[in-house]
Design a binder for this molecule. Structure first.
Ligand code: PLP
Length: 389
């Protein structure tokens, strides 16, 4: 049941300024329409043998073809999963269960990777100041017993891009036996996946980051790469991921990914202008604010800034008051605010790191929203500084 507070938010939703696309994206209307028949009359289980089931299996196969085309891989290399977290875990845990050995990743990975690596006793290496894995540290961490290296394509917090080609070169030289996995969950809106996939053995995606539904993801598993499945059961996905297919989710994922790929170049140039205007104006109108990652090292839709002597929590509270949805990843540990693990890894000065703000733009973002956010953000920062000691 929806309570009165929830209902108010739902009714009010149209008036919100949503700048949190890195957290999740609104679903594309075409993706919603694509999935509806599979939630209603076309409900058969694609693993069955009757004609109704076979017709649904064909739909899943067509979706697989679309996904493979956008990733730049063979259809047989596409495994549908339940989310990005599952895809990352399947790659890391599945590799270790099958091949043993040690997993390696950087300090700035999403916790879906970082926790899986740490849980398995893996090695965590340093990042550079932009939040990309430090290639010298990586080279030093590689040895004969490393079975998998995981490097994210785009950082979810600060938006920095990692060259998988450069990572692959280091891995092939220092640990040729190791698989290379990339968490590409934040990549599809900004990077042509065909430029990433040739360099990796495993690649994770999540539909809700590019206009698809929550609860469905992809793990690309390169032909000849064998990882132990996380889920044992009916042997779906050619024994790589058991569990009845989320047909509606898979169909919507494919449609959202197809459209994202088609519109990527246009969207990047539109959103880059809006992002630049937002950050340029913040830097011009306020003192003691830094742009966390240089623009030539990050994706177009990410605005990540740090305000000195302000706490992100307060900033988010006042932004929320005026209907602006944003985020910051500082964590409250034992009653005190701590910088996020990503900013700590990048070496951002604590005074700035505690005032981090992530504004992430996407398909629905308009110039009007950017102007609204800018006006309020400047006023809120000034107000907070006025009362701050
Ligand atoms: N990896 C990255 C980089 C992410 O941003 C996220 C989601 O925030 C995930 C993995 C987890 O994806 P999901 O929400 O589908 O489990």
């Amino acid at each position: 049941m929806l309570g009165p507070d929830t209902l108010a938010v739902v009714q009010d939703h149209a008036s919100l300024t949503y700048l949190d696309h890195a957290a999740t994206t609104p679903m594309r209307a075409d993706a919603v329409n694509a999935m509806l028949p599979f939630l209603t009359e076309r409900f058969a289980n694609p693993s069955g043998s009757h004609r109704f089931a076979r017709s649904i299996r064909q739909v899943v196969d067509e979706a697989r073809d679309v996904v493979a085309d956008v990733i730049g891989c063979d259809a047989g290399e596409v495994v549908f999963t339940g989310c990005g977290t599952e895809s990352d875990n399947a790659a890391i845990v599945g590799t270790q269960r099958r091949h043993g050995g040690i997993a390696v990743c950087s300090q700035a990975e999403h916790h879906a990777v970082l926790n899986a690596v740490e849980h398995g006793g893996g090695r965590v290496v340093a990042t550079d100041s932009a939040g990309s894995i430090d290639l010298h540290h990586l080279a030093r961490a590689l040895s004969d017993d490393v079975s998998i290296v995981s490097a994210m394509a785009v950082n979810n917090e600060v938006g920095s891009i990692t060259s998988l080609k450069a990572v692959a070169t280091v891995v092939r030289e220092h640990a040729p036996q190791a698989l290379l996995h990339t968490d590409a969950v934040q990549a599809p809106c900004w990077i042509d996946l065909r430029s990433i996939s040739p360099h990796v053995d495993l690649l994770a995606l999540s539909a809700h980051k590019f206009g698809g539904p929550k609860g469905v993801g992809v793990l690309m598993v390169r032909k000849g790469t064998v990882v132990e499945p996380l889920l044992q059961g009916g042997g779906q996905e050619r024994d790589r991921r058991s569990g009845t297919h989320n047909v509606a989710g898979i169909v919507a994922l494919a449609e959202a990914l197809r459209l994202t790929d088609l519109e990527r170049a246009t969207e990047i140039s539109r959103l880059e202008k809006l992002r630049n205007r937002l950050v340029d104006q913040l830097l011009m109108q306020l003192d003691d604010v830094i742009e966390t990652v240089p623009r030539d090292r990050k994706v177009a839709g990410s605005a990540h800034v740090c305000f000195a002597d302000i706490e992100s929590e307060a900033l988010l509270y006042f932004l929320d008051e005026v209907g602006i949805c944003a985020s910051a990843a500082s964590a409250c540990a034992s009653g005190a605010m701590e910088p996020s693990h990503v900013l700590a890894a990048m070496g951002v000065e604590r005074r700035f790191a505690l005032g981090a703000l992530r504004l992430s733009l996407g398909q629905t973002t308009t110039a009007k929203e950017i102007d609204y956010a800018l006006t309020h953000l400047v006023a809120i920062v000034r107000r907070l500084r006025g009362v701050a000691p």
